[in-house]
Design a protein around this ligand. Structure first.
Ligand code: AMP
Ligand code: MG
Length: 319
């Protein structure tokens, strides 16, 4: 595994050269770190699945540096264009009818492609310098926590990427919100970094979130996902009874836990959901590292970024 390289103009040029040459690069975005390859090169995209141990039915998000570039990949109607103009660059992924140029492996054989223009300056510079759209899922092993630091990505992808770009902790800390357009109406496929309420100001009421499960509407919406090593339990209103011989970790929303647990982390002392989202994966990772067998997680309010947080906690808790 290459050591993370601090972001610089030279490092971005080197990363872009790897992408152009069919290699893979870990790079920061404002949501989480991504593992990128040339989206138009099927062989390079296949390496992503290999490195992540990601099943081939789980399609990749393609990252672009402009709406114009998005147009080369998908059919974009006026509704989708309005969302791009309002929210790009930013944490919104749109699933749209794909054009032929996008290789099957990128979309897992679907006739749609997921597109996003990231806001992170390093990500944008990389896509521009590469001169090609960049397919990039989160830079973690399949099913594990998404990395919010370069070190966390590197630790999970042992024999993998050609280069790891490091620009510190990601700002948003949870993945993008994924929206699909069906019969002229948008649906949320995955709650994420762009709160539902903000999207609804443009679209009006969104269709209900499509549920994961055995045959998810979106292939990546597996029930079990985004998991720490430890087992995770979302706690309810009744006090938790701790069992002897088990090392508990505790993920609190705003204040220290009353229960006598081995280690705990607080998502946001002020109850700020954006701060809580930014801390979610790194705190879970730290509780893992502290050796917790079971992580008890407090629920957070189900509004704004709280929807994305609760979605990730439920998936982490699924067996
Ligand atoms: P990740 O790249 O790990 O953040 O995950 C990307 C997720 O976007 C996938 O796991 C799917 O849930 C979703 N996605 C990507 N492409 C499509 C598509 N063509 N149709 C539906 N969902 C998609
Ligand atoms: Mg992922």
């Amino acid at each position: 595994m290459p050591r993370p390289t601090k972001v610089s103009a030279a490092a971005v040029r080197k990363a872009a050269a790897f992408i152009r040459g069919g290699g893979t690069v870990v790079f920061p975005t404002e949501t989480v770190y991504g593992l990128g390859a040339d989206a138009l090169n099927a062989k390079a995209a296949a390496r992503i699945f290999e490195i992540k141990k990601r099943p081939h039915f789980d399609p990749l998000i393609v990252h672009v540096s402009s709406i114009r570039q998005a147009r080369t990949l998908a059919h974009i109607g006026p509704e989708a264009e309005a969302l791009m103009k309002r929210f790009w660059p930013g944490p919104l992924t749109l699933v749209l009818p794909k054009k032929k140029i996008v290789p099957e492996i990128v979309t897992a054989g679907l006739d749609t492609v997921a597109l996003r223009m990231p806001a992170d300056p390093t990500a944008l510079a990389l896509i521009k310098a590469a001169g090609t759209p960049v397919a990039a899922p989160s830079a973690n092993r399949f099913g594990s926590l998404s990395p919010t630091t370069a070190a966390h990505a590197g630790a999970q992808l042992k024999n993998g990427p050609d280069l790891i770009l490091d620009s510190g902790r990601t700002r948003i800390g949870v993945e993008s919100t994924v929206l699909a357009l069906r019969d002229g109406k948008f649906f949320i496929l995955r709650h994420g970094g762009l709160p539902r309420e903000e999207i609804e100001r443009v679209t009006g009421r969104l269709g209900a979130a499509l549920k994961g499960g055995r045959r998810p509407a979106s292939p990546g919406q597996l029930l079990k996902h985004y998991s720490p090593r430890a087992a995770l339990r979302i706690i309810g209103k009744t006090p938790v009874r701790l069992r002897k011989g088990i090392k508990y970790g505790y993920l609190a929303f705003t204040s220290r836990p009353a229960a006598a647990v081995g280690c705990f982390r607080i998502l946001s002392r002020s109850g700020n959901l954006a701060e809580a989202a930014a801390n979610l994966f790194s705190h879970l990772n730290e509780l893992d590292k502290a050796g917790a067998d079971v992580i008890l997680a407090e629920p957070v309010p189900a509004r704004g970024l709280g929807l994305a947080i609760m979605d990730r906690l439920r998936r982490a808790a699924a067996r």
